[in-house]
Write a protein that binds this ligand. Structure first.
Ligand SMILES: Cc1cc2nc3c(=O)[nH]c(=O)nc-3n(C[C@H](O)[C@H](O)[C@H](O)COP(=O)(O)O)c2cc1C
Length: 437
């Protein structure tokens, strides 16, 4: 079979004290407010020809573990988080080809405000913006915006279906050639090409047109990560790219096949959406060095069980501090990230919470990748052959310039030598590069 390149993206855990407590992070505990590290990251990943950087976000301080904010604040677990739109805008100004994908929760913005914000970002980036469209999952986040709690899980997706419909109408309210800038006749905008939007649905109401002008890409790239059956249906309907955390090649293939089948039955071309799987490769100059780094990471993971339980509790709204560490887990349910909880429970099986947590998320996400850049590149190629496509989303807990350099100057050149990663961008706009192969 001919070698086909695949897509690469980076999952940045929000704008924050990245890799706090990890080696090689300099003075990150104090320097995070000024985003030099994130701007360097954007420059480096663009030199490595990544498709995009996805900026995670959640608009609240965790309080699930033991009913306290302490563990979250003490260890910098998903806090502090700067507003992703600001960091995204700054990233667009130091790059010219890579896609930038901030996360915005549909519970936190009126669709008009969101459409305008994303359209503006698409303009200032010259057509390189995506939106990681999340419905939110935490009652604490909902309360920060005046609600009593999050709507029920599947209802959130029903609301999001209507939400994106409103956004698309607003983005379409300007024809691409509405701005004529005709100096001779003194016409900036052809008013006949800017249409009213009067929308009144089950959940949202707005008028239009948008006052920010058209998106450069027409519509921004939509990224989505719904993992439950309802979430997948939503993503299959709307997304240009899906980021997925499923374990093992069989599950990856099944996930992608499922999304593509859903897309086809919705009348969409499955090639018009790229599914990227989460990975956290550990590289070394030799295999032995990489294995030693894995050992250090695993030892670190064993020491940080409460922190990692607090993180899982944050996205599932479960207080894991209340559960005995040395007993098997009972049945647990969530109105938060259903897929993350299902995956954890499946992995835990009959083991105790402590045992289950010891290796959870330690080094593998979708597949384990450990070794020299060449060996990891070869393995990534094999995995993609078996899954069928479309690429990988790097999600590393220890973001630093050193780790980024290992990927830019070690792993990506090894992928490029094999024809598995692009060596240059073919198009100026994000979606065109995303759908180029
Ligand atoms: C790679 C990845 C990135 C995600 N980023 C965010 C995020 O930034 N903010 C957020 O609220 N949820 C985020 N999510 C959660 C998803 O939006 C979704 O709620 C989750 O995958 C569970 O889907 P489900 O409820 O359909 O099972 C992310 C999920 C994945 C797999």
């Amino acid at each position: 079979m001919p070698v086909k390149p695949f897509h690469l993206a980076w999952f940045l855990q929000g704008s924050s004290a990245q890799g706090w407590g990890e080696p090689w992070t300099g003075h990150i505990g104090r320097s995070w407010m000024v985003p030099e590290l994130f701007l360097d990251l954007a420059r480096m990943l663009e030199r490595a020809c990544f498709d995009y950087i996805l900026l995670e976000d959640s608009s609240y301080v965790g309080e699930s573990y033991g009913g306290s904010t302490e563990i979250y604040l003490k260890h910098g677990l998903a806090v502090p988080r700067q507003d992703p739109s600001v960091v995204a805008a700054l990233m667009t100004q130091v790059t010219s080809r890579i896609g930038i994908v901030p996360t915005f929760g549909t519970y936190a913005y009126h669709p008009y405000l969101l459409s305008r914000l994303v359209a503006t970002l698409d303009q200032v980036s010259s057509g390189r913006i995506g939106w990681n469209m999340v419905t939110g999952s935490s009652d604490f986040a909902a309360m920060n915006f005046g609600m009593n709690g999050m709507p029920e899980h599947d209802l959130r997706y029903d609301m999001a279906d209507e939400y994106i419909d409103v956004c698309r109408r607003l983005w379409n309210s300007w024809e691409p050639d509405a701005v004529v800038a005709d100096e001779e006749n003194g016409v900036l905008v052809d008013h006949a090409k800017v249409r009213a939007v009067n929308f009144e649905g089950r959940f949202f109401k707005t008028r239009g047109p948008l006052n920010s002008g058209p998106c450069v890409q027409g519509q921004p790239v939509i990224a989505q990560a719904g993992g439950s059956p309802r979430g997948r249906e939503f993503a299959a309907r709307h997304a240009d790219t899906i980021v997925a955390n499923v374990k093992g090649i069989a599950a990856m293939k099944a996930y992608r096949d499922d999304v593509r089948t859903r897309m086809a039955s919705l009348g969409r071309d499955p090639e018009s959406c790229k599914v990227l799987f989460m990975i956290a490769p550990i590289l070394g100059e030799t295999d032995a060095e990489a294995q030693e780094r894995k050992r250090i990471r695993a030892a670190r993971a064993a020491e940080t069980i409460p922190q990692r339980l607090a993180f899982l509790g944050k996205i599932t709204n479960i207080d894991f501090a209340k559960l005995p560490l040395d007993e098997p887990l009972g049945a647990l349910t969530t109105n938060g990230h259903q897929q993350s909880l299902d995956m954890f429970l499946r992995k835990a099986g009959n083991r105790t919470l402590r045992e289950a947590m010891t290796d959870y998320n330690a080094t593998e996400l979708s597949v384990e990748l450990i070794g020299t850049p060449d060996a990891v590149a070869a393995r990534m190629g094999e995995v993609m052959q078996e899954v069928g496509g479309d690429g990988f989303l790097f999600s590393l807990p220890n973001v630093s310039r050193r780790v980024l350099a290992e990927i830019e100057d070690g792993l990506v050149p090894a992928l490029q030598r094999r024809g598995l990663a692009r060596a240059g961008y073919a198009h100026p706009h994000f979606r065109d590069n995303l759908l180029a192969f």
